[in-house]
Design a protein around this ligand. Structure first.
Ligand code: NAD
Length: 503
């Protein structure tokens, strides 16, 4: 375990150290922290320093079986627990997380490289908000009575599916976990989470705090590689549903396995979201919205990132200049430092991938690649995976930088002058997750909203996922919705139709 006492408040440093030591090589199964059956572990690195942060367990099929067995054994009791009682327990779990949020935010910042002030505390607050919302929706697991025949009582009921597998990426692990486990648990399912092997500790610790209040086996978290742990979990015959956030390639594999097993899946696979700026837009708001939308403080590691910005010809030069100035003021530094706006990307692999896109941009005739801001100079950060926020202009529309999800701090800005053309360009993407429109003319805004083919469309703002607003993409951005009542009812229950002859 590395020494972080010089980087953060000593009391938090010692709580973090205790947490990571306690989690060393351990899954959460049946409310106990248990080592992997084969005893293997995976190194988890601190991307700001390159130091080894700790060891996560490396699951094999034996660990998967153990976790699914625990969840299967807990299912009948949990499904039979009144839904409002389940909701009450989850509301208590929300309070338990809040009580430990200081150390949890530091663990998250250390393993993901995301800045504690701009990202990690807010992520925990959102996770708490989501579980609190679902706890309050426990009474909404209602059926319907159906008009059929006065002598025949006909109704529907909502029933849990069984054991749900929730597979997570590293970018926003706590919010993405909560979007899956809170509706699944309130609806009466039991869960096995597969944590990201790159950022497992905050995930396991948050689940551990919750599981202390739940019957054993209701919530389990295992960790390992996608090949040995993730795929074995999806394949397990007792897994009745898979909910996944991550890459399109893995989403396709999971969908194929689910098709063979004939089980439902929810997939959240990323995006290349357009932001369309009209000539009447308010420049200061648009610049702030672009920084927020591009998730620069998360190094652009967001599926919703507004990574294609189309700015009207009349504004584009002023916009690019203002965006450069504003982005250059963001402080890149130690994720644990309160002064830091932007931390690191997650891994050397991701950094190399992002840099290969930038090199391609630099080789593209007519394109300009502007890297903004200062990289940190502090000695302990010399091996950190820092990147400057980067603005790319002058790209051809079919450039890979315009079409593929870079998942880094790289925004492409393009001009437009014809509305039909810009809407067509915005929609011409494999993805259809989100889009934003920037104008103060109501008719223009509504016309654009109607024509944009994306699952989450906003006008004059660029918010992240919000509890109670259904979130999910069109086309290759995925299948299904998250964050809402609809998500719980449609994706974590099955509907039974009951027909009773009363004669
Ligand atoms: P990934 O899809 O490889 O991994 C996500 C999760 O799936 C991890 O827990 C991983 O272990 C697991 N997994 C991998 N192979 C699996 C398999 N065959 N069966 C079951 N589970 C498996 O994503 P990544 O490596 O973390 O990131 C790669 C790319 O994915 C990123 O560059 C980005 O484009 C995209 N991504 C998207 C999101 C999003 O929010 N939509 C989040 C993270 C990553």
């Amino acid at each position: 375990m590395i020494n972080i006492a010089t980087r953060i408040d000593p009391a938090i440093a010692s709580a973090v150290s205790e947490t990571i030591t306690q989690l060393h090589g351990r899954h959460l199964i049946g409310n106990a922290l248990v080592p992997a059956v084969a005893g293997a572990t995976l190194e988890v690195l601190d991307p700001a320093t390159g130091a080894v942060l700790g060891e996560a367990p490396a699951a094999t099929t034996d660990d998967v079986a153990r976790a699914v067995d625990a969840a299967s054994a807990a299912f009948p009791g949990w499904a039979a627990t009144p839904s409002r009682q389940r909701g009450k327990l989850l509301a208590e779990a929300a309070r338990a997380i809040a009580a430990k949020s200081g150390a949890l935010a530091a663990v998250l910042a250390l393993e993901t490289g995301k800045a504690i002030r701009t990202e990690c505390r807010g992520e925990i607050a959102t996770a708490i908000d989501i579980v609190t919302m679902y706890a309050g929706l426990a009474s909404e697991l209602k059926g319907e009575t159906l008009p059929f025949d006065p002598q025949i009582l006909t109704y529907t009921s909502r029933e849990p599916l069984g054991v749900v597998a929730a597979i997570l990426p590293w970018n926003v692990p706590l919010v993405l976990m909560m979007l899956k486990i809170a509706p699944a648990l309130v609806a009466g399912n039991t869960v096995v989470v597969k944590a990201s092997e790159e950022a497992p500790f905050a995930t396991i610790e948050m689940a551990r705090l919750m599981a202390e209040l739940l019957p054993a086996g209701v919530l389990n978290v295992i960790c390992g590689t996608g090949r040995d742990c993730g795929s074995a979990l999806v394949e397990h015959p007792a897994v009745a549903k898979v909910t996944f956030t991550g890459s399109q390639a893995v989403g396709e594999l999971i969908y194929q396995t689910a098709a063979r097993k004939i089980i439902p899946v929810s997939l959240e696979l990323g995006g290349k979201s357009p932001m369309i700026v009209y000539p009447d837009a308010d420049m200061a708001r648009v610049v702030a919205g672009a920084i927020a939308g591009m998730r620069f403080t998360r190094q652009g590691q967001s599926c919703t990132a507004a990574s294609r910005i189309y700015v009207h010809n009349t504004l584009i030069d002023a916009f690019v200049a203002a965006l450069r100035d504003a982005v250059a003021k963001l402080v890149i530094g130690d994720p644990l430092d309160e002064a830091t706006d932007i931390g690191t990307v997650i891994s050397q692999r991701q950094k190399a991938k992002i840099e290969s896109y930038l090199a391609l941009g630099e080789r593209t005739a007519g394109a300009q690649v502007a890297r903004c801001g200062e990289l940190p100079r502090a000695g302990h950060l010399k091996d950190g995976l820092f990147l400057q926020p980067t603005i790319v202009t002058g790209l051809p529309e079919d450039s890979p930088l315009m079409r593929e999800e870079i998942f880094g701090p790289v925004v492409c800005v393009q001009p437009w002058d014809d509305e039909d053309d810009v809407i067509a360009r915005a929609n011409d993407s494999d993805f259809g997750l989100a889009a934003t429109v920037w104008t103060h003319d109501l008719r223009t805004a509504l016309r654009a909203v109607q024509r944009l083919d994306a699952g989450y469309v906003q006008v004059n703002q660029n918010l992240t996922i919000q509890p109670n607003l259904s979130y999910g993409g069109f086309r290759k951005s995925g299948l299904g919705k998250e964050a809402s009542l609809e998500a719980m009812l449609e994706h974590f229950t099955k509907k039974k139709t009951v027909v009773i002859d009363m004669r």
